[in-house]
Design a protein around this ligand. Structure first.
Ligand SMILES: N[C@@H](CCC(=O)N[C@@H](CS)C(=O)NCC(=O)O)C(=O)O
Length: 211
């Protein structure tokens, strides 16, 4: 399996899930701004949306969208418990994946990160953050994870919360969210994936000094 990723982008969630499940993968770095794969090839040929994550399965299928990819990875190793396989808890997992992708990732963080989003869009995103983080805070109060154990939803939520600092969102306003993030960032698969991608991120941003 190949995972097309960009350091510390939302594709980090899939890396966390793969580490948690103990699955092997070929990690293919992408520069989403230049729309180039690390080998110089055109990323648009892989994903016309120019977005990570993309998974290429061992059968040659290409899969996009965090929610779909994370459930795919969880399904490769059901015994790792990264997603409830059946029953109402499966719907609960999907509820959280949908919330993270639409209400946090796209409604709040995307406008704050995008170099093309106007100031008004950023201000609106900050306004949207209030209700969404208050809701999340209530849901996490007294809980260790989003469901009853670590799942792919936690991998995705931790990845997204990791963007708060650099976008000026103060998680301290929502103590249960802050406590969750402080705890989950130390979870072994999360800590390992974040440290590895942070090193790649720093490297990517370093000025090119080679002659
Ligand atoms: N709907 C997609 C969104 C993926 C996404 O926004 N990826 C970002 C990185 S976090 C990206 O590749 N952005 C580059 C771009 O949109 O040009 C999903 O959930 O997988």
């Amino acid at each position: 399996m190949d995972l097309y990723f960009s350091p510390l982008a939302c594709s980090l969630a899939t890396r966390i899930a793969l580490y948690e499940a103990g699955l092997d993968c070929n990690y293919v770095q992408v520069d989403t701004r230049a729309k180039r794969v690390a080998d110089g090839s055109d990323f648009l040929a892989v994903n016309p949306m120019a977005q990570v994550p993309v998974v290429r399965t061992d059968d040659g299928e290409r899969l996009t969208e965090n929610a779909a990819i994370l459930q795919y990875v969880a399904g490769l190793k059901p015994e790792a418990g990264l997603a409830p396989q059946e029953g109402f808890q499966r719907h609960r997992l999907q509820q959280w994946l949908a919330f993270i992708t639409s209400e946090l990732h796209k409604a709040v963080f995307m406008p704050l990160f995008s170099p093309n989003s106007p100031e008004g869009a950023k201000a609106f995103a900050r306004q949207c953050a209030e209700k969404r983080f208050a809701y999340l805070n209530d849901a996490l109060d007294g809980r260790e994870f989003l469901l009853d154990r670590f799942t792919v939803a936690d991998a995705y939520l931790t990845t997204v919360l990791n963007w708060a600092n650099s976008t000026g969102i103060d998680l301290g306003k929502w103590p249960a969210v802050q406590a969750y993030f402080n705890r989950l960032r130390k979870w072994p698969s999360v800590a390992r994936a974040m440290a590895e991608e942070f090193a790649l991120y720093k490297n990517e941003k370093a000025p090119q000094t080679a002659a």
